[in-house]
Write a new protein. Structure first.
Length: 426
């Protein structure tokens, strides 16, 4: 069995879904478990629907639901030859249930309602793709991740109950391959013990593919992207990128930890545990080799990799009584930062100062100032960039710091991290 994952960009319209069918046709004779995300920007749209629901704004809620329904129906009208195809009834029922939720559900817990509403995007996309594959002559079975992936009760960032999930896949998923070559299920969503929908965090569909592969002892996982494989830098920020032919699980974990966006950070570990190779391939050129992520570290050092985080803000905290930064201070600082839901990208301390780097658009500067100004002097510097270079040498560092002032840098034997600011020319 092979596991495939198709993201929102690969099922964004009718042409893209036909392309998925073309890719699947290249693997006739294989048993496939296919994970599919919501179509195009549907997750963003479902978040807006959730916001309207929580604000009890019925006109806006109904407008947004109608727009999303029309989006899916337009794609279906291009795909399906028969307007009486049962997929129309299924999709209408899903949207009717979503509309009815406005009147019947409570609004006490945003995260709970988020999971119930936003997860609808994956339910829609998988039903449509499965029905289309069946129309095209494939033997496809739609399966419900809300009955397979068991999680705890933490909504929007649920943790997996691996033992129960494995048992559910072994009893309710794998036996279906006696009758079907292809099983399609949803990325991003699962369920808790009470049967309520949970989600695995934004971009969690990659993780879903890893979960299925782990539980089913899959031969491999392939994530189909609009890039030729894993590149050594984001082409938005870096010219002359190079495709990484092969990297280790360890390297993939390091790159995702530092912010590489191709692979969801949680995806790699379950695959590493069972030595299941992970391929990143292009849905535009599906016969090309792509990148393989596997156990060997032999090629990790051959090509430097660059990760850029823009729009960073650096905060520095100094105790007003000029006491040393010791464990007690750090505990206090972290407790205060947790109240602001601050996610730290880099930190450094000296005898009298502790500094952290955050994503500027995800933090309220005044909130942090208010949290700390009673006992700390707080300074901050905005409009910064964080550059991480794996397997660096001086030439690579020189390359990424052209016309930049280095504010702070950290180096290990394999990784250099630099906070930089664009030089101001007079």
């Amino acid at each position: 069995m092979k596991v495939f994952k198709f993201g929102g960009a690969s099922v964004k319209d009718a042409k893209s879904i036909r392309n998925v069918a073309n890719i699947v046709s290249l693997f006739q004779g294989d048993k496939l478990g296919i994970v599919i995300s919501a179509m195009g920007k549907t997750t963003n749209a479902m978040e807006l629907i959730t916001d309207a629901f929580m604000k009890n704004d019925k006109p806006k809620f109904e407008e947004l639901v109608a727009e999303r329904k029309q989006f899916h129906l337009a794609i279906m009208n291009e795909l399906f030859l028969d307007a009486t195809n049962e997929i129309y009834l299924k999709v209408n029922t899903i949207f009717n249930d979503l509309t009815a939720r406005f009147e019947s559900a409570s609004r006490n817990n945003y995260n709970f309602e988020y999971d119930q509403i936003v997860g609808t995007g994956e339910v829609l996309s998988t039903n449509i793709v499965s029905s289309f594959l069946n129309q095209e002559g494939f033997k496809s079975n739609w399966t419900d991740a809300r009955q397979l992936i068991r999680t705890n009760n933490t909504h929007r960032e649920a943790e997996i109950d691996w033992e129960t999930t494995t048992l559910l896949f072994q009893s309710n998923f794998q036996p279906n391959y006696k009758d079907f070559d292809i099983q399609i299920t949803q990325g991003f969503i699962g369920h808790n013990e009470a049967g309520n929908t949970t989600t695995l965090g934004r971009e969690g569909s990659d993780f879903s593919a890893g979960i299925i592969a782990y539980c089913c002892e899959a031969e491999s996982v392939t994530i189909w992207k609009d890039v030729p494989g894993m590149l050594n830098a984001d082409p938005k920020w870096f010219d002359n990128t190079i495709k990484l032919e092969s990297i280790s699980f360890r390297e993939a974990i390091e790159l995702s930890y530092y912010g590489a966006s191709v692979i969801h950070p949680k995806t790699v570990k379950p695959l590493q545990n069972k030595k299941i190779p992970l391929y990143v391939k292009s849905f535009i050129d599906p016969k090309a080799e792509g990148t393989v992520i596997q156990s060997s570290m032999a090629q990790d050092h051959l090509i430097p990799s660059f990760i850029f985080k823009m729009n960073q803000i650096l905060f520095s905290f100094t105790p007003k009584d000029f006491s040393f930064i010791v464990e007690e201070n750090l505990s206090d600082i972290f407790n205060r930062l947790s109240k602001a839901n601050a996610k730290i990208n880099l930190m450094q301390n000296s005898a009298l100062q502790f500094s952290i780097l955050l994503d500027e658009e995800k933090v309220n500067v005044q909130e942090i100032l208010d949290l700390f100004n009673d006992t700390y002097q707080v300074r901050f510097n905005s409009a910064l960039e964080l550059v991480t270079v794996r397997h660096y040498d001086q030439a690579t560092l020189d390359r990424v710091t052209v016309d930049k002032d280095i504010i702070l840098q950290q180096k290990t034997r394999e990784t250099a991290r630099l906070i930089v600011k664009q030089k101001i020319t007079v």
